[in-house]
Ligand binder design. Structure first.
Ligand SMILES: [Zn+2]
Length: 284
């Protein structure tokens, strides 16, 4: 098998003494794994910047006798992801999204809109301003879940089917990952769930996910922003049956937000599952 494609690096894993395996989300074949022998000792300058967030145009070929692990026959860079690396909050948001894509997708399982979703999110993460980064991450995770077939139900009770009523602002709803969405107060008794949200806020979530409100123009109520991200993290972790390790970095993101300083370079290098973010200095 041989094909050309665009790809974004989701993860890199050191293998053996000097090799490395990259996981890429491609525009044509979904997620693929590429084996690069000698990657950590290579003196080739062209491969030195292969790292998280990087987008490449690649020619990919099967390894002899193996169908799942591919090799990088040729490539050139389309985007180094440098705009993301200049700020710790941007790095963490991008790492959470990359790990979510990595764990929610299977090898060679192509979802056409997924590459565009990831590419668009990383582009926005690299751009200023930062005010709506949390919200963008939440909405993008919603679209990610929808793209891979696990869209959470936010518009009606998953148990009795009652629609969310914006007029009943006091009406409380509760998210339960096991139910795949929200439950109304009456149906909640069957689930262990907290973090309530009212009908009016849920209507705003629906409009945001349908892109009826531009992110740049919205100023979220604290209740909504505190509800959306944890809810989607719960849904993703329930779906994959494992922890998202990059979520351990979120307290740093909040801390950084408090001391907001866009121009300061990050001093903490985040780790994603089996990988390291070493901006720009990877010797391949
Ligand atoms: Zn109900």
């Amino acid at each position: 098998m041989s094909f050309t494609t665009e790809g974004i690096i989701l993860r890199s894993i050191d293998y053996g003494e000097s090799d490395r395996i990259f996981s890429l989300l491609t525009s044509t074949h979904g997620k693929i794994s590429i084996f690069v022998p000698g990657a950590r000792r290579s003196k080739k300058r062209s491969a030195q910047a292969l790292d998280l967030f990087v987008k490449i145009a690649a020619e990919v070929k099967s390894r002899r006798g193996r169908s799942t692990l591919l090799r990088l026959a040729d490539f050139h860079y389309l985007d180094f992801g440098l705009d993301i690396r200049k700020d710790l909050r941007r790095i963490i948001a991008a790492c959470v999204f990359l790990e979510s894509v990595q764990k929610l997708t299977a090898e060679m399982d192509h979802h056409p809109q997924l590459f565009e979703l990831l590419d668009g999110f990383l582009t926005r993460v690299g751009e200023k301003p930062l005010e709506n980064l949390d919200l963008d991450l939440g909405i993008s995770l919603f679209h990610l879940l929808a793209a891979v077939g696990f869209q959470p139900c936010f518009d009606r009770c998953t148990q009795c089917g009652a629609s969310v009523d914006k007029a009943a602002v006091k009406q409380r709803y509760y998210f339960t990952a096991a139910a795949g969405g929200i439950t109304c107060s009456r149906c909640r008794v069957n689930f262990q769930s907290d973090n309530p949200i009212d009908g009016g806020a849920l209507k705003t979530v629906q409009q945001l996910t349908k892109q009826k409100i531009p992110l740049q123009r919205i100023r979220l109520r604290p209740q909504l922003s505190q509800w959306l991200q944890p809810t989607l993290f719960d849904m993703i972790q329930f779906t994959i049956g494992a922890e998202l390790k990059s979520l351990r970095l979120l307290p740093l993101m909040a801390q950084k937000k408090d001391n907001a300083d866009d121009n300061k370079r990050p001093t903490i290098k985040p780790r994603v599952t089996g990988s390291r973010a070493r901006p720009g200095r990877r010797a391949v």
